[in-house]
Design a protein around this ligand. Sequence first.
Ligand SMILES: N[C@@H](CCC(=O)N[C@@H](CS)C(=O)NCC(=O)O)C(=O)O
Length: 220
Amino acid sequence: MSDITLVIGNKNYSSWSLRPWVLLRHLQLPFEELLIPLSLPDTHARIAQHGPSGRVPVLKHGELTLWESIAIGEYLCELTGNGWPRERAARAHARVVSAEMHAGFGALRAQWPMNARATGRRTPMTAELRADIERIDALWSDCRTRFGANGSWLFGDYSLADAMYAPVALRFRSYGATLSAPAMAYLETLLQDPPLQQWLAAAALEPWSIAYSEVGVAVS
Ligand SMILES: N[C@@H](CCC(=O)N[C@@H](CS)C(=O)NCC(=O)O)C(=O)O
C-alpha cells in the first residue's frame, strides 16, 4: 500500500485532477486513488473531508495535505528529483508555461469543458476562444522548437508542463481545434500517451453525466 493518496473528481470531467494523476504515473510513484464524483448532493461534504479548498485534486502524503494542482505537481517533482527540465533556462520556461496554464485560458476552460468521452463536438467559435487556442498553439510550437529536440515532449523529456496541458489535448480532441503542424504533432504525443489512454479508458466506464459540461453539437 502506498503512502500517497490522490483525491480526484470524475475522470471524464475533472481536468484539474488529470494533471497530478498523469504526472504521478510518469514519475512512476505508486499511489492510492480516491475518486469523488462531482456535482452530486454529497460531493462538497466528501471533498471537505480531505482538503480545505472544497476542490479536487488533493494529495495526501504522510502528514502533508496539498491542494492546487500546480503546487501538487511541484511537490511531486521535488519528491522525485524529476519532472522539470535539468537546464536552468528550460526549467524556468517550463515553470512559466505551467503557470500560464494554471492561471489562464479562461475562455477555453469555460467554452470547451473537458469531457473525455466526447468526440466530434462543435461549438460556436468566439474571439476569446480563438485567442486562447492560438496562444496555446504558439506556446507549444515555441517550446518544441526551442527546447524539445531530445524527445517528443515540450521540453524533450516529460515534465510537469506536459501534465498541465494534458486536459487541453482532450478539449482539442473533443471540439476539433485547428492547429499548426508542430502543435498538431505535439497534440498527438499527448493523446497517445499510455497513462492518458488509461485515464480515458476509465472515464469511458464512468456512469455519471454532468449536464453543464455536456456542450456542443455532434458532427458526423
Ligand atoms: N485551482 C484549482 C482548481 C481545482 C478545481 O476547480 N477543481 C474542480 C474539479 S476539476 C472542483 O473540485 N470542483 C468542485 C466541485 O465541482 O464541487 C487547482 O488547480 O487544483
